[in-house]
Design a protein. Structure first.
Length: 79
């Protein structure tokens, strides 16, 4: 029997730190999952591959929008 290869957890601090306040709860409501599954996916714990991919994708979108709003949209637009 082959021994499993050890892999370190990939904690997505880049996403976690840029989510808006209550972002994990908003993700849970949007995806129909509970907050524990969202937290597990972002902290690199075991969760099914399909759920993890969906959670990471949506969290990246939410973090990118939050970065845009908080850092680049401080001045009113002239458009």
């Amino acid at each position: 029997m082959k021994k499993k290869e050890w892999k370190p957890r990939l904690i997505r601090r880049d996403i976690i730190s840029n989510l808006p306040v209550g972002g994990q709860l908003m993700l849970a409501a949007k995806l129909g999952l509970n907050r524990t599954e969202i937290n597990a996916a972002l902290n690199g714990r075991r969760i099914s591959k399909e759920k993890k991919d969906i959670i990471i994708k949506e969290a990246e979108y939410m973090a990118a929008i939050n970065i845009w709003k908080t850092r680049f949209c401080k001045y009113p637009s002239k458009i």
